[in-house]
Design a protein around this ligand. Structure first.
Ligand code: E4P
Length: 217
């Protein structure tokens, strides 16, 4: 399972890259707005730091403008995965880009059949938003489970399941159990993955006991 960082904050990426757990990046218009920076600067800096895919979302909704934006984004760096919304126009763009071997991340997926459409359109990644499903009273993880079953039924569907809208470590655990190929994780949640009070308590005790021996390694 790969971990992407779900952020447009370049400093967070710089801080976390040495963990070895940042396999790629996902951004979205909200995250770019929150960064307060020019999207192009953010994207170029991200591409210089990470080895894996950097998802960047188109801004338009109509096919003609979307495909122009997508091609402009793809020209910036080959690491860029073009994020398109799960709409008829978005999937048309997806099909066209994937024919040209450009990575596409189909975003805002909320049903298994939407994920089937995205895969048939040649998506590299399909992003089911588990947290937003939880927010409206559904079990977001059911989405990942159902998509996994569908994709396993048809080996020719090459799309990767990218569990998105991850809110806490339990989502990461559940997504891993459900067979998501990737989880895109906010920096705060990635840091939480290391944590357990017994780990901290154990370290404290070992440090204290080792010091009491007066030895060095
Ligand atoms: C995924 O690509 C999105 O950027 C993200 O996971 C959305 O998460 P949110 O529902 O917490 O905004």
């Amino acid at each position: 399972m790969e971990f992407f960082l779900d952020t447009a904050d370049v400093n967070e990426v710089k801080e976390l890259i040495d963990t070895g757990f940042v396999d790629g990046i996902t951004t979205n218009p909200t995250l770019i707005a929150r960064s307060g920076r020019q999207w192009k600067d953010v994207v170029k800096e991200m591409c210089a730091i990470v080895e894996g895919p950097v998802s960047v979302e188109v801004a338009s909704l109509d096919y003609e403008t979307m495909i122009q934006e997508a091609r402009r984004l793809a020209d910036i760096n080959e690491k860029i995965a073009i994020k398109v919304p799960l709409t008829p126009a978005g999937l048309r763009v997806c099909k066209e880009l994937s024919t040209d071997d450009i990575m596409v991340n189909v975003t805002l997926c909320f049903t298994p059949v939407q994920a089937l459409l995205a895969a048939k359109a040649g998506a590299t990644f399909v992003s089911p938003f588990v947290g937003r499903m939880d927010d409206i009273g559904h079990d977001g993880m059911d989405l990942i489970k159902d998509i996994r079953v569908i994709y396993e039924n048809y080996a020719g569907l090459g799309a990767n399941i990218l569990a998105a809208s991850i809110r806490h470590p339990l989502h990461v655990l559940q997504a891993a159990k459900a067979g998501a190929d990737v989880a895109t994780i906010p920096p705060s949640v990635l840091r939480q993955l290391y944590k357990h009070p017994l780990t901290d308590r154990g370290i404290d005790a070992f440090v204290k006991d080792w010091e009491s021996t007066g030895q060095k390694i």
